[in-house]
Design a protein around this ligand. Structure first.
Ligand code: GRG
Length: 305
């Protein structure tokens, strides 16, 4: 009986992620067509359609569906989250920031189009994300909800959000005295904030109650932090395996990481704590409807790269 019950609830997470990524890619392709001035739109499309995992738009759609909304209702906001995510990657890769040559398996935007165009492509994506939500969601969703989403998005991007995370990260570069509190501040702002905005926006569009909004918000913050803790752990374990010994690249560089500040075992315990906390917030909802968000938490916690 229990086995049968379990089977009824069986949820194909990979299939869900794959099908949402396809719908999101189609919608992004339509949202930013190539037109005059071609160079800027080609540069925006180059990074936007370069094939990321589409975690943020999928979170947005899943949260909307969780509270009874549909994929269509959430799609413009979902696309906006990916536009913002992409612009942060373009700017993060610039010579004045991380100075990276590769992103999503291709030359970075400034390597392909030049620094001037890359800065502008980021700016245009940031601006268009807001326009896209306002223009496309206001036809189907009541304006009070749209306004709330736009406010969430603005706050998440600015000097109390992504920009805050980036500037504290830059300031702590090469600083060997960075503590856990600062590390958590950086990750909550650089990574968790946009995951939180994606989930909360989806929930608002889907008509969530205040209680539901706050539960999904806490879920997303845990998942955002989890993402970085697991990233740090993988950095140590992967490099250790490659070297066949204990010293990972993470232990050599001066970047602050969870394993370095709390030890590998404690970092692993913290990851388990975070995934459990994230799931606990979802226990409030119908388990069948919560399956995609539960799957996403596991996917982030147990990924191998
Ligand atoms: C928002 C105005 C404004 C400026 C941005 C550059 C900057 C300020 C912030 C940097 C933010 C940043 C690059 C955070 C890292 C986020 C992160 C975890 C990226 C990797 O995400 P994945 O694994 O990547 O979802 P894919 O490629 O799959 O989408």
């Amino acid at each position: 009986e229990t086995v049968k019950e379990k089977k009824d609830f069986e949820f194909d997470f990979k299939k869900y992620m794959y099908s949402k990524a396809i719908s999101v890619n189609e919608a992004l392709d339509k949202a930013v067509p190539t037109h005059y001035p071609e160079k800027i739109h080609e540069s925006m499309r180059y990074s936007l359609l370069a094939g990321g995992k589409r975690v943020r738009p999928t979170l947005c759609i899943a949260a909307c569906e969780l509270v009874g909304g549909t994929e269509d209702l959430a799609m413009p906001a979902a696309c906006a989250m990916e536009m913002i995510h992409t612009m942060t990657l373009i700017h993060d890769d610039l010579p004045c920031m991380d100075n990276d040559n590769l992103r999503r398996g291709k030359p970075t935007n400034h390597k392909a189009f030049g620094e001037d165009t890359a800065v502008l492509a980021g700016d245009a994506l940031l601006s268009f994300a807001f326009e896209h939500i306002a223009r496309s969601t206001s036809k189907t969703v009541e304006s009070e909800r749209v306004l709330r989403v736009i406010c969430e998005l603005g706050k998440s991007m600015g000097s109390e959000g992504l920009v805050a995370g980036q500037i504290v990260d830059i300031a702590s570069e090469g600083d060997t005295s960075v503590d856990l509190k600062t590390l958590e501040y950086i990750h909550l702002h650089k990574t968790a904030v946009l995951l939180e905005c994606s989930v909360v926006s989806g929930a608002i569009i889907g008509g969530a109650s205040e209680e539901e909004i706050e539960r999904t918000r806490r879920y997303a913050r845990c998942v955002g932090l989890l993402f970085q803790v697991v990233d740090d752990i993988l950095d140590v374990t992967k490099t250790s395996e490659e070297l066949g010994k204990t010293a990972g690249k993470d232990l050599i560089s001066d970047k602050a990481t969870y394993p370095k500040l709390m030890g590998l075992e404690k970092a692993k315990e913290f990851a388990v704590e975070l995934v459990n906390k994230a799931k606990e917030e979802l226990s409030y909802f119908d388990p069948v409807k919560a399956a995609p968000l539960l799957g996403l938490a596991d996917y982030i916690a147990f990924r191998q790269n």
